[in-house]
Design a protein around this ligand. Structure first.
Ligand SMILES: O=C(O)CCC(=O)C(=O)O
Ligand SMILES: [Fe+2]
Length: 104
């Protein structure tokens, strides 16, 4: 097996976003982390409005926007060290639950 990346730490949190108090997150790049990831624990992603994870190349206005993934689906994404940033839009309906983490 070929090793592509090795990590010395993997951090994670449980993130819950729900109405009525949720707000748009800010664009950020996860600092010195090598990769970010999310693992969806959301039971009913179809019922969520908002809560999109958005990615863009730093300096761009255009972004890619992904709605909350189905239960068990993982997204792995590049951080600031690759020139990318991301943000999460406010959940205005439903409950978005996931594990968010960072590999360093
Ligand atoms: O909630 C998400 O989808 C990502 C969260 C995030 O970017 C972070 O906590 O650094
Ligand atoms: Fe992040």
């Amino acid at each position: 097996m070929k090793t592509f990346l090795t990590f010395t730490s993997i951090e994670h949190i449980i993130s819950i976003r729900t109405t009525p108090d949720d707000e748009d997150g800010i664009w950020h790049d996860d600092g010195s982390r090598i990769l970010g990831f999310t693992l969806s624990l959301t039971e009913n992603p179809d019922k969520i409005i908002g809560g999109h994870l958005r990615f863009r190349k730093k300096g761009n206005r255009d972004f890619v926007s992904l709605p909350t993934r189905p239960l068990g689906e993982m997204l792995i994404f590049k951080t600031g060290i690759y020139g990318f940033e991301h943000m999460v839009s406010a959940v205005t309906e439903g409950k978005r639950v996931l594990i968010a983490g960072w590999c360093s």
